[in-house]
Design a protein around this ligand. Structure first.
Ligand code: ASP
Length: 349
């Protein structure tokens, strides 16, 4: 009799609600150690998967996550890449969409699943969503097809019943278990009685050596437009010392005020080498510059289209590209290309 080799998954604990418990003295939520978290989920023994774990010390609320933490996650995956079939990153929900997007850009030629998950209720609490989210994420991270290859070799985010491409996600609800959405891209898998994968939507990288990017440049700002935004505000933002890129959250299909001062400030910034990328404030849909007069000026001012990228993906993609390239022209050229399925193939504008 031959026994099937067990697949193995590494859990990377970074923090967040999923690894917290109630401090009996203060009644407030505080991080638990990894053993304690896992002790709340005895069902993990029933999985036909070898599980090991590593942990950030201290565990952090995801509001404190910085690019240096993305680097720590990438280093851990790199260090143990050959020893495990997949990776599950336990992370706070608040900034999970940013971290998942950042890791998707950093990890080069990924052939194994990296699944971000978390929960809305702490692991030890009755009705917690932590158990299901973690168990299913481990199953997905370990899953292989009939050729022995990972079914989903991508950076993904699993929550409630949806497996989504990480760089397409947004936290949509601070209370419901259905906390995340991928408004512009279909689910990669859906879970019910079975885990149903949709291979047609999964992104496969070339099978060349795995590696990771080591640098992020955080000289980026997100400028959200609103009716009444003043020249002083826009000018102050574009005058931030060291600024290299702006994610412009525009209206509808990429529109902005038609005031002369507005696009003159941006034109002048483009000439100084500041890259401006246009993403929409709408949850779903794409930027289509030139469709309305209200965006023609942006095109003339050198603004790039972010197409249907999320703000989280646009921001982390810029940090990644600015970390790689010193020249604004290189960043501009690379920004409009999809690298990890983070945007749909651009339509000609
Ligand atoms: N504040 C927590 C965090 O993001 C919330 C959560 O995990 O759901 O770390």
């Amino acid at each position: 009799m031959t026994t099937k080799k067990r697949n193995s998954v590494l859990l990377i604990f970074t923090g967040g609600t999923i690894s917290m418990g109630e401090n009996p003295e203060t009644q407030s939520l505080a991080p638990l150690d990894t053993e304690r978290v896992l002790s709340f989920i005895p069902e993990l023994q029933m999985l036909h998967v070898n599980i090991a774990s590593v942990s950030f010390s201290p565990l952090i609320d995801s509001s404190d996550v910085r690019p240096s933490d993305w680097l720590k996650i990438a280093e851990t995956i790199y260090k143990y890449y050959d020893d495990f079939d997949g990776f599950v990153v336990l992370h706070g929900t608040d900034t999970m969409a940013y971290s998942a997007a950042a890791l998707s850009f950093m990890l080069e030629n990924l052939q194994k699943p990296v699944i971000f998950t978390g929960s809305q209720l702490p692991v030890g609490v009755l009705r917690s969503d932590a158990k299901e989210n973690l168990i299913t994420s481990i199953e997905i991270a370990a899953a292989k097809n009939e050729h022995g290859r990972a079914i989903v070799p991508e950076v993904c985010l699993f929550f409630e019943d949806k497996l989504m491409r990480g760089n397409r996600t947004t936290k949509r609800n601070s209370e419901e278990f259905n906390a995340f959405a991928s408004f512009n891209y279909p689910e990669l898998a859906h879970t019910g009685v079975h885990i149903k994968y949709f291979p047609h939507y999964i992104h496969y990288e070339e099978e060349v050596k795995f590696g990771y990017a080591h640098h992020f440049d955080t000289n980026v700002v997100v400028l959200k437009l609103f009716p009444g935004i003043t020249e002083t505000t826009v000018r102050a933002i574009y005058s931030i010392p060291g600024l290299r890129a702006v994610v412009l959250e525009s209206f509808g299909s990429g529109n902005a005020p038609t005031d002369k001062w507005f696009y003159e400030i941006i034109r002048e910034a483009t000439d100084r080498g500041i890259v401006t990328v246009n993403v929409t404030q709408c949850r779903a849909g794409s930027v289509e510059m030139g469709r309305y007069e209200a965006s023609v000026n942006l095109l003339k001012a050198g603004v790039l289209s972010g197409y249907d990228m999320t703000m989280e993906a646009a921001t982390t993609k810029l940090m990644w590209l600015l970390g790689k390239y010193t020249s604004a022209d290189d960043v501009r050229r690379m920004m409009v290309e999809p690298w990890r399925g983070e945007m749909s193939w651009p339509k000609a504008e």
